[in-house]
Design a protein around this ligand. Structure first.
Ligand SMILES: CC(C)(COP(=O)(O)OP(=O)(O)OC[C@H]1O[C@@H](n2cnc3c(N)ncnc32)[C@H](O)[C@@H]1OP(=O)(O)O)[C@@H](O)C(=O)NCCC(=O)NCCS
Length: 232
């Protein structure tokens, strides 16, 4: 199985029939990982498909293989590529990479001035984001749109996010800013992740300890400092 076995495309309105299967897989994967997710209904996902704001992938035999969609916040100043999912039987073939590349290109085309961001706990997504030019940032650099943060309410870590006054949580924030984009920083970070996957895991363990401490501001600052030192 390799990436040439798949078709990755901007979803067409007729693909809305896959919305239910996509939502079921999102839920199952979240359960398997023991994390929460911003819950999406099949109607919401179908709406994204109809509006031309999503990317879908199929195996060449026609089986649904993966999905991701665009959301806008702060009146279009911020864009998130959300709900990335690859069907378990098609993982580790580079499909998430191909889907994210396509949805990133679609986001840039539709919203050329917007900052594109993501929150993730996963190494796979961090790697892909770095390759696309996203850089790790503090939460204060993300959208402050209440509706975006409401999406975190169904996450198992929501209590921690609230306790930290939305300055920090288990997820790593990453951002692509078209205005100040420094491709070298993102590239260097991508190379470091590739060379030092153990260091990333260590970072995540230390981060969890820091995040769980009471102080909010200090914790966030210490964490960012630690990140910079580890990946220098
Ligand atoms: C995360 C997910 C989308 C990855 O899909 P995928 O098609 O297997 O990913 P890819 O094959 O494109 O891999 C991308 C990179 O991540 C790495 N990777 C993939 N899965 C990984 C894992 N579980 N742990 C660590 N690295 C991983 C790959 O080796 C690859 O790295 P490389 O570019 O250095 O070769 C898929 O596992 C999934 O759908 N998980 C459940 C939903 C989820 O976690 N979504 C993300 C929410 S933020």
């Amino acid at each position: 199985m390799n990436i040439n076995d798949f078709i990755v495309q901007v979803a067409l309105p007729e693909h809305r029939v896959f919305a239910e299967e996509i939502c079921e897989e999102m839920l199952e994967s979240a359960k398997a990982r023991g994390t929460g997710i911003a819950k999406r209904s099949p109607e919401y996902v179908a709406g994204k498909i109809i509006d031309g704001k999503s990317v879908i992938a199929f195996h060449k035999d026609g089986t649904w293989a993966g999905f991701c969609y665009i959301e806008t916040w702060s009146h279009g100043q911020f864009v998130a590529n959300s709900g990335l999912i690859v069907s378990p039987k098609f993982r580790k073939a580079g499909l998430a990479h191909a889907i994210k590349e396509k949805v990133f290109a679609l986001s840039r085309q539709k919203y050329p001035k917007a900052k594109i961001f993501g929150l993730t706990t996963g190494l796979a997504v961090m790697k892909i984001n770095s390759d696309l030019g996203y850089e790790p940032v503090t939460y204060s650099e993300l959208t402050q749109d209440e509706d975006f943060w409401k999406g975190c309410q169904s996450c198992v870590n929501f209590e921690i996010l609230t306790m930290k006054e939305r300055k920090n949580c288990m997820c790593t924030a990453m951002l692509y800013d078209p205005a100040t984009q420094k491709h070298d920083v993102a590239k260097k970070f991508a190379e470091e992740l590739e060379k030092k996957p153990r260091l990333y895991e260590r970072f995540m363990r230390i981060k969890q300890q820091l995040v769980l401490k009471k102080s909010t501001n200090k914790g966030a600052k210490a964490l960012f400092l630690l990140f910079t030192v580890l990946f220098k």
